[in-house]
Design a protein around this ligand. Structure first.
Ligand code: FES
Length: 336
């Protein structure tokens, strides 16, 4: 039996075992979301009418008190009746629908230590915002893993992903870094996530600082290129934090952007090679604090491991960036 979920004036059908968030996004109805695996809390909704099954909602993301107060994680909850939910952050407006698409592997390239670039040709274009992510399904397992899109929204036929090897990882060590080959079919689900720029007519065009750790650079490339296409003179500082020089990649692309856009600065930072005479050393968030005395009026974009993202939020606030201007995409451990 299926039920309906309503937010604002939008009512969507929801299958018996379909997460509420999945139903809204597939219907093209926006609901705040980020991790899609129960760990971030971004998709928290208040169930004002009806009943849900919280399924695998973790207790540290959705506490007993919150459950008792009628809150639910939309990415985990299944409907047990028709429901009406409330949430903040523009829920109910139209968005690019979540879809499942077949893709063909066009290119696999080793670009840095334990890091691969994948290019996937889609069976049909996918609408998304630069900075969002897609999920790949590991064949024969049902396991899904999340990878940020490097593309701008116009590059909607061939998706580019940056993949870091995870020791023992079902998607990386056992698939993408093992048997996956050019020409093979891959299932792509997306777009997901709320890590993207406001529409051009709502973008204030202010300075931006972007900090990525490792392959956290991926969505920042799409964001920076999108912002620069709107205004090539925009001030953008992009810090790429990695352990060593062997982990850096796309330096040529960054140099091209810096050459053509006078306000763009790319700053690689090495955390584990203090003797480097070529690159800055330390942590990118500390380099930002050294470089920028006030970030009032700036927007901040963080993508990478949670400790780096947390340090970035603190650094941005120390430089007086407004909290609503801070955007974050945490690399969370894969759900089992
Ligand atoms: S907890 Fe649902 S999107 Fe993160």
């Amino acid at each position: 039996m299926s039920f309906t979920a309503t937010v604002g004036r939008r009512e969507v059908p929801c299958g018996q075992d379909q997460p509420m968030l999945d139903a809204f996004l597939r219907a093209g109805v926006w609901m705040p979301n980020s991790c899609n695996q129960g760990t971030c809390g971004t998709c928290k909704v208040r169930v004002v009418d009806g009943a849900v099954d919280h399924r695998d909602s973790p207790a540290d993301t959705l506490t007993d008190d919150e459950r008792a107060a009628g809150l639910a994680l939309a990415c985990q909850a299944r409907l047990r009746s028709n429901v009406v939910v409330e949430t903040a952050g523009g829920a109910g407006r139209a968005t690019h629908p979540l879809r499942d698409l077949a893709a063909t592997v066009r290119e696999i390239q080793d670009i840095a230590r334990d890091t691969r670039r994948l290019r996937l040709g889609l069976s049909e274009p996918l609408a998304f915002h630069a900075g969002q992510y897609v999920e790949l399904t590991v064949p024969g397992t049902g396991v899904r893993r999340q990878y940020s899109l490097v593309n701008t929204a116009e590059e909607d036929k061939v998706l580019e992903l940056h993949v870091r090897l995870v020791p023992g990882g079902a998607a990386t060590e056992q698939w993408i870094f093992a048997g996956l080959a050019v020409g093979e079919q891959v299932q792509v689900t997306g777009p997901l996530g709320d890590f993207f720029l406001p529409p051009a007519d709502e973008d204030d065009g202010g300075p931006m600082v972007l900090i990525g750790g490792g392959t956290g650079l991926a969505p920042l490339i799409g964001l920076a290129r999108t912002a620069l296409s709107r205004d090539p003179a925009r001030e953008i500082r992009l810090y790429h934090g990695v352990r060593g020089a062997a982990d850096l990649y796309d330096l040529d692309l960054m140099a091209e952007l810096a050459d053509s856009c006078p306000g763009f600065t790319f700053l690689p930072v090495l955390s584990h090679e203090p003797e480097s005479s070529t690159y800055r050393t330390g942590f990118p968030t500390d380099c930002f604090l050294e470089d920028v005395r006030s970030a009032r009026g700036w927007s901040g974009w963080l993508c990478g491991p949670p400790p780096m993202v947390d340090a970035g939020v603190k650094a941005f606030k120390r430089r007086r960036m407004a909290p609503r201007m801070i955007h974050r995409e945490n690399f969370t451990p894969a759900a089992t």
